[in-house]
Design a protein around this ligand. Structure first.
Ligand SMILES: [Zn+2]
Length: 305
């Protein structure tokens, strides 16, 4: 059985939360691990609204320090405190976020019930942030008005499943079973050979998710996100506002689709829509001819990898 790997959109709007849309945040579940990417204002309300169990979040990743990406963080951290959380929480974010968090709790005279392990992210290349038996999380640079990073979540290959009929007819040494499940052929002391391909079912390919918000159209991005299974890319404007997109260092729907096509990703979801667009269908109309497998992100919707 493959572990669940899914992305739930909590907010997908930029600048001002209007048209019933909320500021950026998404909850990622991979097996037993729950992670939050960005935490705009209203994030904890959205987590409650969609009945998501968020007390188990162990990692929070903040892309950059524009308010629409992190102003919900202090509220969420405060609620963890009120719920008497004891598990440590790891936060990755740009320099300055640690100061913002500690300043708030210092002046509110709060001694948190849990510890925060804060790591500064940098936009200088691909950096490994988290490495567990199940997954790896990397940050990678985006091009925006502030230091900004995207995030790449990669599933690791789990243990392989042994072919049952083989186990019934042959008695395998324990060491052979351990080795085969890790995907390694085994040679016994007597020279007997147990190749993985004969004793294990073929393994399904591992999956990768990439998050890119906020960024100007930047073709070099493809070297970080090539062939991912799911790409969330910002689509703040339509091509008609290309100049404005460039000025504010954002992308258009057409540009997001071009990046997806150039990176040969499997699927693209668009987000971070400007408040100027009530109807988002023109975004889809613009992206589809360039990259067919594209959807508009919808708040409360869960996307499976
Ligand atoms: Zn921004």
């Amino acid at each position: 059985m493959r572990p669940e790997f899914e992305v739930t959109i909590l907010g997908n709007t930029s600048s001002i939360p209007v048209h019933g849309r909320n500021h950026t945040s998404q909850l990622i579940k991979l097996g037993s691990e729950l992670m939050l990417i960005d935490c705009g204002e209203g994030t904890q309300m959205q987590l409650r609204r969609f009945r998501l169990k968020y007390s188990k979040i162990n990692y929070i990743f903040i892309s950059h320090l524009h308010g629409d990406h992190y102003l919900g963080l202090i509220g969420l951290l405060s609620s963890f405190h009120l719920a008497r959380r004891s598990n440590p929480l790891t936060i990755f974010g740009p320099k300055g976020l640690d100061e913002i968090i500690s300043t708030h709790f210092r002046w509110s005279n709060t001694q948190l019930t849990y510890s925060i392990d804060f790591h500064i992210t940098t936009d200088d290349g691909l950096n490994l942030l988290v490495n567990t038996p199940q997954l790896m999380v990397y940050s990678f640079p985006l091009r925006h008005r502030l230091p900004t990073t995207g995030f790449l979540i990669k599933e690791k290959a789990g243990l392989r499943n042994l072919i049952k009929s083989k186990l019934e007819t042959e008695k395998l040494p324990v060491e052979a079973i351990q080795s085969l499940r890790k995907g390694m052929d085994y040679i016994g002391v007597d020279g007997s050979f147990y190749p993985v391909r004969e004793y294990c079912y073929p393994q399904e390919p591992t999956r990768t998710y990439a998050y890119c918000s906020d960024t100007i159209y930047w073709p070099e991005l493809k070297e970080y996100i090539a062939k991912v299974d799911l790409l969330y890319h910002e689509s703040t404007f339509l091509d008609a506002e290309k100049e404005r997109a460039e000025l504010t260092m954002h992308s258009t729907a057409g540009q997001a689709a071009s990046i997806a096509a150039a990176s040969s990703v499997k699927k693209l979801i668009l987000g971070h829509f400007s408040s100027r667009y009530k109807d988002l269908n023109p975004m889809l109309d613009e992206a589809k001819p360039i990259f067919e497998n594209v959807e508009l992100s919808v708040e409360g919707e869960t996307y499976q990898l």
